[in-house]
Design a protein around this ligand. Structure first.
Ligand code: 5AD
Length: 353
C-alpha cells in the first residue's frame, strides 16, 4: 500500500468503506499475530521531565504538578502484581528524568530479572548510549521511543531539540543494534499535522521494521502551549476516528508488529475505546499498575489515570472485556515475532514443494 492510498483511506468518511477497512485490519491482525492479546503491566516510575515538549503535561516548565519518583520497593510491589495477574511483561515508563540514575535503573532491571521471568520494556526517553547499553546488558528486553511525527519541521516545533542530540530515528537504529526489540509511534491530530504527514508516518513504520507500534490520538492538555491551539482547516482532526483509521492502516502495513490499543483512545472513549482498538488491529493492552496515589500525577494529557477506578479490580475488568470480544489472553512474554520468520518459513515451504 503506497502513501497516496494510505492518505485516501485516512480521509475516508463513508461508514461502509470504513467498516471494510476495520474488517481488513482485523483479518490481517488475526493472520499476522493471532487472537491472543498480550498484557503488559505499565509502571510509571517518575513524572519528572527535563524536556519542554509543547504537547505534554509532564513538560518541565509546567508548575503546580507535584513530581514523584517511585522507590525500588514501590516498583517491586507493582512488579509482583504483574506476576500475580499473569502478565508477561512490565513496562517501566517515565518522563526524561536524569534523576533516574543509570546505576539505579540497572540494579532495578537486574533485580526484576532475578526475581521474575517477566520481559522488561523500558520507555524512559532519550538517554545516553552508554546508559541504553548498560540497561540492555542487565537484561532489559525492549525499548519504546515514539518519533511522534515524521515531519521534521513539525517535530522541531513541538519538541525543542538540544544541539548535541542524535535525534530519535538515529536512537531507534542504535537501540536495534544493541539488541533491543524496538518500539515507536506517533500521535494523531497534532495541531499542524497534515494527512500527508500521517501517511508518511505509517509508511515509515514499515521501513523501520518496528517490533512495537503505538498510534494514539493527540489529546490537548490545557496546561501546555498546544492545549489551546486552533486546528487548521486541512489538518488532521483530533478525536478517535482518524486515530482508529491510522491504527488499522498501521496493522495492514505491519502485519506482525505488536500494536497496543492506547490509553489515550480509552481516555477519549472510556466505554468502548479498548474494544474499538482491539477490533482494528491491536493485539496488546497495557493495564496501569502504577500505585494509585501517583497515577493521577502522570498526566501527559487530561483524564489519564484519573477515572478513580479501583486499581485492584481494573486488570480483572480489562481481562473480562478482552474475553467478551472472543479473544484470549496471551501467555508467555509476547515477544515480537521476528519479521524474517514468516518469510523464511515461506521460503522453506517453497523449496520443499
Ligand atoms: N496527547 C496524546 N498523547 C500524548 N503524549 C504526550 N502528550 C500527549 C497528548 N497531549 C504521548 C506521546 C509521548 C508519550 C509520553 O505520551 O506520544 O511519547
Amino acid at each position: 500500500m503506497d502513501r497516496s492510498t494510505i492518505c485516501s483511506w485516512l480521509t475516508e468518511r463513508d461508514p461502509a468503506r470504513l467498516q471494510a477497512l476495520w474488517d481488513w485490519a482485523d483479518r490481517v491482525r488475526a493472520s499476522g499475530v493471532g487472537d491472543a492479546v498480550h498484557l503488559r503491566g505499565l509502571i510509571e516510575v517518575s513524572n519528572y521531565c527535563v524536556r519542554d515538549c509543547s504537547y505534554c503535561g509532564l513538560r518541565r516548565p509546567r508548575g503546580g504538578l507535584p513530581r514523584y519518583r517511585l522507590s525500588e520497593e514501590e516498583v517491586m510491589q507493582a512488579v509482583r502484581r504483574a506476576v500475580e495477574w499473569g502478565f508477561g511483561t512490565v513496562v517501566l515508563q517515565s518522563g526524561e528524568d536524569p534523576g533516574l540514575e543509570a546505576g539505579w535503573m540497572r540494579s532495578l532491571v537486574t533485580r526484576i530479572k532475578k526475581e521474575t521471568s517477566l520481559a522488561i520494556t523500558l520507555s524512559l526517553g532519550e538517554r545516553r548510549r552508554d546508559e541504553l547499553a548498560a540497561w540492555r546488558d542487565s537484561g532489559a528486553d525492549r525499548y519504546l521511543l515514539k518519533f511522534e511525527t515524521s515531519n521534521r519541521e513539525l517535530y522541531r516545533r513541538i519538541h525543542p531539540e538540544r544541539a548535541d542530540e542524535p535525534g530519535r530515528l538515529s536512537l531507534l537504529a542504535h537501540l536495534r543494534d544493541l539488541g533491543y526489540e524496538v518500539g515507536s509511534g506517533v500521535m494523531v491530530g497534532i495541531p499542524g499535522q497534515t494527512f500527508d504527514d500521517l501517511s508518511r508516518d505509517i509508511e515509515l513504520f514499515g521501513e523501520l521494521d518496528l517490533d512495537m507500534i503505538s498510534v494514539g490520538p493527540f489529546i490537548p492538555h490545557p496546561a501546555t502551549p498546544l492545549g489551546h491551539e486552533v486546528l487548521s482547516a486541512n489538518g488532521v482532526p483530533g478525536g478517535s476516528e482518524v486515530a482508529l483509521a491510522a491504527m488499522a492502516l498501521t496493522r495492514i502495513k505491519c502485519p506482525r508488529a505488536n500494536i497496543p490499543t492506547t490509553t489515550a483512545l480509552s481516555t477519549l472513549d472510556v466505554g468502548a475505546g479498548l474494544e474499538r482498538g482491539l477490533n482494528v488491529g491491536a493485539n496488546v493492552v497495557m493495564p496501569n499498575l502504577t500505585p494509585p496515589p501517583y497515577r493521577q500525577l502522570y498526566q501527559v494529557y487530561p483524564g489519564k489515570g484519573g477515572n478513580g477506578e479501583d486499581p485492584t479490580t481494573e486488570p480483572r475488568r480489562i481481562i473480562e472485556r478482552i474475553r467478551a470480544l472472543g479473544r484470549c489472553i496471551g501467555d508467555g512474554r509476547g515477544d515480537a515475532p521476528k519479521s524474517w520468520a514468516p518469510a523464511a518459513a515461506a521460503l522453506v515451504a517453497e523449496v520443499r514443494t
